[in-house]
Structures are given as C-alpha cells and as structure tokens.
Design a protein around this ligand. Sequence first.
Ligand code: 4NP
Length: 145
Amino acid sequence: MKILMVCLGNICRSPLAEGVMRHLVNEQNLGWEIASAGTGDWHIGSAPDKRSVAVAKEFGYDISAQRARLFDSHLFDEFDHILVMDKNNYKDVLRLAKTEEQRKKVSFFLADEGEVIDPYHHNHLFEPVFKEVEARCKKLINQWK
Ligand code: 4NP
C-alpha cells in the first residue's frame, strides 16, 4: 500500500504524518510506502520546519532527512491513498484530479472532514498537532493492516 500525506507547505504537518507513519509501519514490517507533498511551492527541497523536527525528536521520531516537494497530478497514479490535512488541501488536490478513480483516492487524514490545524504561525501548536498526528497514524494502521 502506498500512502501520500498532503498539507500546504509540506514542512510542518505532512512531514510529521509521513515520518511517524513510516516509523510505525516499519516497526510492524507492513511494507507500506509512505511519502508527503505540499500544495504550495514555497518550500520545495527544504527540510521540515525546525519545530516539527524538534517535537518529533522529543517523542522518538527522526524526520530530519525528509525534503519538501510539490503535489503534482502524477502522484494520483503513484499512490493508493492521498490523505489531506485540511479543507483547503482537499480542494487544491481535487482540482488536479482528472478521473473519478483519482478523486476517490483523496480523503481527510483525520476522516470526516476533520482538520489538522496549521501550526506554522503558532509555536505552541506543534506539540498538540504532533500528538493528534501520532494518535491518528496508530489508528489508521490498526484499521488498514
Ligand atoms: P504546513 O504548514 O502546511 O503544515 O507545512 C505551513 C508551512 C508553511 C506555510 C504555510 C503552512 N507557508 O505559508 O510558508
């Protein structure tokens, strides 16, 4: 199974979801492939935000080697599930879908249109966002394995 995590900048939320999910998936030898991308192009090639790297490290995950990339329509065919962090991501990703099959791959990371708040302008949100992401990754693995 191939899962793509998507947010806006691909430096705060989706890198956390990517790194945590990959770590947990590898611990259980599930063989799933995990990646992330952003709908905005400002940070292409950059490491995750220092605050995401720090909170991940604090809880035992190393996301420092990940690099931001732009969401692109060819990724619809590369991944089985495209999980978005908020409603804007959902709209931006769906705008690039060309077929019903592609549209069906897109859903909310938190399910039921739940949104992971963008912590970029709020230092104090990185820890709650991390915890929400980690809990959801564990739940997804238990649902899908
Ligand atoms: P992310 O957070 O979508 O969780 O990576 C953001 C990071 C950067 C920007 C916006 C959101 N930005 O505007 O540069």
